[in-house]
Write a protein that binds this ligand. Structure first.
Ligand code: GDP
Length: 362
């Protein structure tokens, strides 16, 4: 079948930043992701959000739609081609996206329940983000749970806040102040994003409701602004391959496959690849590169679209022999014409101890 053009073409030589969602259980990570995925753009039209392997791709057209409520004057510029959000929120996928101490996750959303404040896994997430020097924003979720809150669906947060009764605005302030104090105790400076004058030193708090969609436009706009202004050198499109194994999965009819996040460069069918395996390095050849069939094509027999090559940033399923013992979190290297397979394998296997160590503590 014809390959669907889901790859993100680099724009201004920037690739799509990769974003992870972390936080305590039940804070609304999954629901937030679901809200993000809900597109205002008609199915089939240009700018549709696409499901990838292990990630959802938000092309810039859908981001423009999402941010409309907070970008009425059109001040926000869009220089990135899109945004790739990892589908499984939580520690594990974040941990698997690390390679040699640096994280492939360019920016993270730490979700805190505004009614609960900091919880045990919030602290853990902060520690993980810090250790990996990953920039992040905080979504103060469930603002609709403030007693008496009147929801305005998918609205910009500041406008929604202005329309609440005075007592509710006060309760909101009190809760925010208390969470800022709790974050201070963790050694973090924090401020509401619209009052944050020092983005580099203060973590931005974005009040959201995954239920009503309020504040989600603000959150997306902030992610765009931050990735473009503060990390444009980290999201430059380069031809050097940067790729990590997110998960190892056995699929009926395909056998053991690896789901990878290609964060830079190009991966091709037929490439000779090296990854870490439990019993030693795995050196094999890419048999197929797959992404999910778009929703409207579900009547097509195969669940996947085949690609001859794939360009970053993308979530892809890789089919090849001998993947049974692949290790999640391993880097994936392509053997170039000048490379020595064994040397690459040694280099990769040196990461293994680090990888297994991180699995134990997560
Ligand atoms: P996760 O464990 O962090 O992924 O949390 P979920 O997304 O599964 O949400 C946990 C529960 O909180 C579910 O019952 C959600 O419906 C609910 N929830 C999540 N976000 C909101 C929100 O913004 N407002 C309200 N009222 N409920 C929410």
């Amino acid at each position: 079948p014809e390959a669907t053009p889901v790859e993100s073409e680099p724009v201004n030589n920037l690739r799509s930043p990769i974003c992870c969602i972390l936080g305590h259980v039940d804070t609304g990570k999954t629901k937030l992701l679901d809200n993000l995925r809900r597109s205002h753009v008609q199915e089939g039209e240009a700018g549709g959000i696409t499901q990838q392997i292990g990630a959802t791709y938000f092309p810039i057209e859908s981001i423009k739609q999402k941010t409309k409520p907070v970008n009425k004057k059109g001040k926000l510029e869009f220089n990135i081609p899109g945004l790739l959000i990892i589908d499984t929120p939580g520690h594990e996928s974040f941990t698997n996206l690390r390679s040699r101490g640096t994280s492939l996750c360019n920016i993270a959303i730490l979700v805190i329940d505004i009614m609960h404040g900091l919880e045990p896994q919030t602290m853990e997430s902060i520690r993980l983000l810090r250790d990996n020097k990953t920039p992040f924003v905080v979504a103060l979720n469930k603002v609709d749970r403030l007693y008496g809150w009147h929801s305005i669906k998918e609205n910009g947060f500041q406008d929604s806040l202005l329309k609440q009764k005075k007592a509710i605005q006060r309760e909101f302030r009190d809760r925010v102040d208390s969470i800022i104090l709790q974050l201070n105790e963790q050694g973090l400076n924090a401020a509401l994003y619209f009052e944050n004058k020092q983005m580099g030193r203060y973590v931005s708090l974005v009040p959201t409701s995954a239920q009503s969609g309020e504040g989600v436009p603000d959150l997306v706009a902030l992610l765009v602004a931050l990735t473009q202004t503060r990390m444009s050198d980290r999201i430059k499109y380069i031809s050097t391959l940067e790729c990590t194994v997110l998960e190892v999965k056995v699929v009926e009819g395909l056998g053991a496959t690896i789901d990878v996040i290609l964060s830079n460069g190009v991966l091709r069918e037929g490439d000779r690849i090296v990854i870490c395996g439990m019993g030693g390095p795995i050196i094999t050849t890419v048999r197929a590169l797959l992404t999910p069939q778009p929703m409207k094509e579900m009547r097509v027999k195969s669940a996947y679209v085949h690609h001859k090559e794939i360009r970053a940033a993308m979530g892809v399923k890789v089919c090849a022999n001998d993947l049974e013992k692949a290790v999640a979190g391993s880097r994936l290297l392509v053997v170039g014409p000048e490379d020595d397979e064994e040397e690459l394998a040694d280099e990769l296997m040196a990461d293994l101890e680090d990888l297994l160590g991180s699995i134990d503590t997560s």
